[in-house]
Each structure stands twice: as C-alpha cells, then as structure tokens.
Design a protein. Structure first.
Length: 286
C-alpha cells in the first residue's frame, strides 16, 4: 500500500471538498419504480448551469407514454403524408358526420378527402377563411378528441347543398359561347378540384347511367326527384351503379380528368326534360 508524500498531502488538502466525493451510480431498478407526477415530467426552466441527468434516468423518462390526445403537429397532416394520426382524424370526422366524404373509411394517408371532411367540420364551427382550410390545428383536434363543438350537418337538397364538390365553387359557368363546342356554348358548369375530391348528388334520385361517356369520360346520370336528369362527367371513379337510389349529399364518385379535358374537374349538366340529350340542357341550378 502506497502512502502520500508530504507534497501530495498538501495538494489534496487544497482541492475543493466536492472533489473528495464520488456521485454513486443509481440502480436502474430503483429508477423505474419511481412514480412521476405532472410536476416531475414538466420541462425545467432554463438554467445557466443545468445539472446533467444520468442516462438511466433519461431512459426512465422516455418510458413514460406520450399523451395520445395531444395534437400531433401540423406536419402530420400534409397532403400525401402517411401518419397514424391521419387514421384517427378520419375516424373522428366520420363519427362527427363526415361519412359521406369517405368511400372506404379512414386511412393513414392524408388526402383531399380528409381535407374536405375536415373543412366541413371547421365550417360547422362557424369558421371561415384560413380557419376552415381543411388542415387541422390544435383547436380542431381538441374539439374532435373531446367530442365538443358542432357536428357536420347532413347534406340536403335545395339550397342546403352549396356544391356538388364540397368545398369548391364553380370555375367555368354554364352558357358561355365557344365555337369549339358542337353545341356552340358550354353545356354545363365546371368545378375545378384536385383529383380524388368527393362528388355528391345535388338532388335525390335514381342512377340511370354509370359508364363511359366518350368525351365526357367516366360519367353518372341520375334521374332526380325534381324531374330532371343530372349528369356528372370526367370522374376518376364512380361509386354508384345503375338502379341505385341516392340521396342529395351522398357521394357518387370522385373528381378526375377522364375524357376530353385540360385538367381535373367535375362537369355538371341538368337536362331540360326528363331525359338527358346533348345540348338539350338548362343551367344546372338546384
């Protein structure tokens, strides 16, 4: 056993007292038995000289599950982005009246359908502009998780339904004269919208055609209870079949760019009489 020289003894004596003590390494099992209170897990205030936390203690904090009801962040709801939070968003929206927007239920991929459904929920709260853009924020998430706020109202006929493509307005009206059309005028009303946007029936009725319409692409014709036939053209996909009865506000297909088009949109026509025929149409108002 070695002994300190007189010089070494003097050197030790000049060291601060804290140097004489070693911080014991905590037993991991003790750390995981700790019950954390909200105050324990709160973020500490910034300090000039923060005390380092042992790695085993950090692991214990990491083991505490995150609040599943906490807003997951705006990044989770980016078009095309996949996240489990998107599935939950769609599930909550469907429970609050957005079932008509979804053909196959909620999925983890945030798409136009989710945005349209979310915008409908936001509008139901009386929000407008950027507050009803279809992208959920903390307040939207809070209302959905808590079950508070107003549900999405059921779509009805007449003036209650504002658009056959919920959330989108007319972009090219009926009746514009153009020599490029065989009829000499625009025979319907166009609603430009992203591919996959939901299309709903504007009037209740019975599906009389659901096939390929040549220049009209994938189309659906519905004999409405109002005595007119309503034609929905250029769909990417149809969700109804001939003989099926549909209600106003029910999803019948999705916006696409099939047929003779320059971009994705819905072309809506209303027959003049009880049968549809090219150019024998009127302004598609309901």
């Amino acid at each position: 056993m070695s002994t300190l020289t007189s010089q070494e003894t003097a050197d030790v004596a000049t060291l601060p007292d804290t140097e004489h003590f070693q911080t014991p390494v905590p037993d991991p099992s003790d750390l995981f038995e700790v019950t954390f209170t909200p105050e324990d897990t709160a973020q500490p205030e910034a300090a000039d000289d923060p005390v380092p936390v042992p790695a085993v203690a950090m692991a214990a904090f990491a083991a505490v599950p995150a609040d599943p009801d906490r807003f997951p962040g705006r990044k989770a709801f980016t078009l095309g982005h996949s996240d489990p939070a998107v599935t939950r968003l769609g599930t909550m929206l469907i429970a609050r009246g957005a079932k008509r927007f979804y053909a196959v239920g909620a999925s983890p991929d945030f798409g136009v359908v989710d945005r349209n459904a979310c915008a409908a929920f936001q509008r139901a709260q009386g929000w407008t502009g950027p507050n009803a853009d279809g992208y959920p924020g903390p307040r939207t998430w809070e209302l959905l998780v808590s079950g508070k706020g107003h549900d999405i109202p059921a779509a009805g006929g007449g003036g209650n339904l504002k658009s056959p493509v919920p959330g989108f307005r007319p972009t090219y009206p009926f009746g514009i004269k153009d020599r490029r059309y065989a009829a000499g005028f625009h025979t319907g009303c166009d609603y430009a919208a992203p591919n996959g946007s939901a299309i709903v029936a504007v009037v209740s009725g019975k599906v009389v055609r659901a096939d390929w319409g040549g220049a009209y692409g994938n189309w659906t014709q519905i004999a409405g209870e109002d005595g007119h036939v309503w034609m929905y053209a250029h769909q990417s996909r149809r969700t109804v079949t001939v003989g099926q009865r549909v209600k106003a506000g029910e999803v019948i297909g999705y916006v696409g760019s099939t047929g003779n088009v320059t971009g994705p949109h819905l072309h809506l026509e209303k027959s003049r009489e009880g049968r549809w025929a090219y150019a024998k149409v009127v302004n598609p108002q309901w």
